[in-house]
Design a protein around this ligand. Sequence first.
Ligand code: ZN
Length: 323
Amino acid sequence: MANDIQIGGLHHLTAVTGDAPGNVEFYTQTLGLRLVKKTVNQDDVSAYHLFYGDALGSPGTEVTFFDWPMTGRNRPGAGEVSRLALRVPGRDALDWWARRLTELGVERTDVQERGGAAYLQLTDPEGQRLELVDDGGAPSNSTPWAGSPVPPEMAIRGMHSVTLTVRELGPTEWVLTQVLGFRRVEDLDGLAVYEVGPGGPGAQVRVDARADLPYARTGIGGVHHIAFRSANDEQHKEWRERIAAAGLQVTPVIDRYYFRSLYFREPGGVLFEIATDGPGFATDEDVAHLGERLSLPPFLEPHRSEIEAGLRPLGAVGTPVGR
Ligand code: ZN
């Protein structure tokens, strides 16, 4: 494979909540992320799409949620992202987080070590499987949010890695290495570990091959898809051609307004997206006021009043909209 285009690492992860107000509370007040964009699912405008990240919503820091209260609970299994690891700047920060989570009554494991890195695992109030990892102070493009309840020196600095659970390693490994340019770097506790682009925190995918598991059913507390970074639109178009040439069904390039997207399902069943780094979240809001009001892309703006009326209020943390 020619190495002319390169995935820059993880772009964002999109998961499912059934409780938008509780979701805002946990990700902003417990984890200290910034709600950088409050918008709707462009394919279902009755559902919020909430974006959390660093102060700017920089690529690699974004964790996003569809609010689907009527969907069932996630049934874990094969063909899903089974854990999202977020990075914290060093062992002292991880120990601080362990104490904070205990004080706030968040269920968590003890701090453990794997491959020389300390980590702990936790779940959000809906069972979303999360992990905090000591990133060893590695460079990050994250900008701490001054409004966070978490001090900047302890702040979560974006995604560290994701774990995919699939029934068979081979087909998923083929897509990662032969189509997307990942390289297999090590095995950790039975997980195959792949890195892409710069490698290290933010550019890692782990694969857990579990032939014994039934297929997952996506729902509340589960992950919808994982997105990878494309530096620009030119490379994004090339990615689409390369994925199609590999025989995978891929969507057209879709303009998500804050970035351009394309989607395809890898053979293990996990929905992959490739998203452009730009234009970013400050395209329709001042950086000082990101996420405060409902943002709509221009094609939905004429329908703002109906859309707002169809959304439930987010409570004290978000700006109430609609009924
Ligand atoms: Zn996405």
